[in-house]
Ligand binder design. Structure first.
Ligand code: SF4
Length: 337
């Protein structure tokens, strides 16, 4: 009998996303080399990486045009020297989350819902991330910490929605997530489970049987908010992942961040909305950048943002229009612009 070639034998489904996650590029020079970026980019990549490490999985890398420093996907993940420039008003915790943490790993900011840090890791490190300075080591989830968070949720009957965030919640194992969701659904006043994740986009085969198993089984209504900023992020594998999620009863929404050099023109945003809808995802929010230290070069001014949205309105039906919002610390909800 012929033995399977270890080089070509498919990995077990369960191991595939984990292997990709573990094998993500974490060296800025390797990222430059793989994408054919010359030396001019390498010093900046190393300087930015020293502040917030680079992380790009192969499945995402494959959607980036080699040799093009202006590629909108590359812009989101390539560290730059500008990240080291201090900018007035840009701070480590722009949303003042530290003031709303009743238990480690739990953020309770808005009425009726709480956010649990389900994983400190991400599959990709986005340079504009408002949590790029988040003290994950103080908030890294463990079952003991989740027990404390669950107790807070049990005691407060006004909480109806549990939001799993991170990092990226889907970077946690299905065993951990299944454990957590079982306990959440045992709390009678919890109706909804919301996940904020980029994993189905950056490593689409994260949406595998094990994940769909606990997701399909829960009595909770399920909402997944994908964070997609450009239509080029949605390839056939992402569409397949979305189909599997919808078949499991998950409502798919998208929130984007308005980013200079990535999606700051009306045609690009219109194409994104169209492509999202084709993949079964409703555009939901278009966020202006949170002023996090190291990301000022992504900022788009408020007047320009409003003009872009007006341009978008001329191109799209109302149901494909994301709401332009800003998160203001201390406000009871997102603030429309
Ligand atoms: S939390 Fe979201 S935006 Fe931030 S690095 Fe992770 S995937 Fe990117």
């Amino acid at each position: 009998m012929q033995r399977p070639d270890p080089e070509t034998k498919p990995l077990p489904v369960q191991a595939r996303w984990q292997t990709q996650l573990a094998g993500a590029i974490r060296d800025p020079l390797e990222l430059c080399r793989r994408l054919g970026l010359d030396e001019a980019w390498q010093d900046g990549a190393e300087a930015g990486h020293a502040l917030f490490e680079v992380r790009v999985p192969e499945a995402y890398l494959s959607r980036i045009r080699p040799g093009d420093p202006a590629d909108p996907l590359l812009r989101q993940v390539l560290p730059l020297g500008e990240e080291a420039l201090p900018t007035p008003g840009y701070v480590a915790d722009p949303l003042a989350e530290a003031e709303h943490t009743p238990a480690p790993g739990l953020i309770h900011k808005y009425a009726g819902r709480v956010l649990l840090i389900a994983s400190p890791a991400c599959a990709v490190n986005c340079r504009y991330c408002f949590r790029r300075h988040f003290p994950y080591e103080e908030n890294a989830p463990s079952r003991a910490q989740w027990d404390e968070s669950l107790e807070h949720i049990r005691r407060d009957t006004t909480i109806h929605e549990a939001i799993l965030s991170g990092g990226d919640p889907l970077a946690a194992s299905d065993r951990q997530l299944g454990w957590l969701v079982e306990r959440l659904e045992a709390i009678p006043h919890i109706k909804r489970l919301r996940l904020h994740t980029r994993l189905p986009v950056v490593i689409p085969n994260r949406i595998d049987e094990a994940l769909l198993g606990w997701l399909s089984a829960t009595r909770l209504q399920k909402v997944m908010v994908l964070h997609i900023n450009h239509a080029n992020e949605i390839d056939d594998a992402v569409v397949g992942a979305c189909e599997r999620l919808k078949a499991a009863g998950v409502t798919l929404l998208n929130q984007s961040v308005l980013l200079q050099g990535v999606n700051d023109d009306a045609d690009t945003l219109a194409t994104l909305s169209e492509r999202l809808f084709e993949a079964g995802i409703l555009p939901y929010y278009l966020h202006v950048l949170d002023p996090v230290a190291g990301a000022a070069h992504f900022d788009v001014g408020d007047d320009e943002a409003r003009a872009l949205v007006e341009g978008l309105r001329e191109r799209l039906p109302g149901f494909l229009m994301p709401r332009l919002v800003r998160e203001v610390p201390g406000e009871a909800s997102k603030t429309p612009l």
